[in-house]
Design a binder for this molecule. Sequence first.
Ligand SMILES: [Zn+2]
Ligand SMILES: [Zn+2]
Length: 344
Amino acid sequence: MSAAYDIAMGYMYKCAPSIADQFVIANATATKDALYPDINLDALNWLERTWANYYIWMGNAIMATGVISFVLHEVVYFGRCIPWLIIDRMEFFQKWKLQPTKHITNAQIWKMTKVVVLTHITCEAPLIWLFHPICCYFGMATYEVPFSPVWLMCAQIAAFFVFEDMFHYWAHRALHWGPLYKNIHKLHHEWPAPIGLAAEYAHPLEVLILAQGTISGPFLYCLFRNDLHILTVYIWVTLRLFQAVDAHSGYDFPWSLRHFLPFWAGADHHDFHHMAFVNCFSTSFRWWDFTLGTDAKYHAYKARVAKAKASEREAVNAREMERAEREGLEAERLVVAYGKPKKA
Ligand SMILES: [Zn+2]
Ligand SMILES: [Zn+2]
């Protein structure tokens, strides 16, 4: 390992010395003196001590932040997707499947996994190398300890949720405009009945565009206040990934969050977007679609199903879903052909 590292560093110093400087690994004493000169680490709590010791052990803050960012994303994303794959195989949960007749095959799961992993490695990994310098540029605390107080973390995360939802709503609507749809967003709509893994099954440009909603909120926040710690951003990204995977899960349980928080979108909302192609553009909350009327078809569908007699509800729901999907396919065809879901 160290021989390979020495060879790589020697080569980098020849070609790009300023980049090579960023990969120098310092020993533990030098790192501790450089990062934590006036801090008594023993006086901190376990998590803060572990955090500081990790940065000391890595000996290079850029690599430490890069590794933790990449690993966190992979572990949280796939860790959240796997339970949904198991649930999808269990008979007990099928009564809560939003599109019960649609099933994803193992070959399709493998295809989704390959695309997602490839995008993570080719698009995300190189950018993550820039993450630490960008955080420092905006004044976000990274290796620093102690962390922010819990109340501040909660307030910051709530603000990031609201900002991301607004960004996503408008960016997603823009992605439904003909040229952007045809060339970018169409890939994500390959699945009219998605599963959790489909959350990041998207064109690399779409991943980059929509990631701005998640990451630019914290950076914008740093322009106004200098009390944001990267740990808060990691918790925010974790919750955002949970939200994205769950919204694609294809299941709406009686205990799903939207039944307790009426403005929470949940799978029920986003699944309709995939099935009907139109309506329900936001991620976490329902207020943008509600205020701008881009959930009219969704509510009309719900109302028609609710109006049916209990004995006929299942059949009415199946018929309504078939109709929504048929109209959605036509709307998609028109967007691809004319750039809009309706003829002028
Ligand atoms: Zn869409
Ligand atoms: Zn989606």
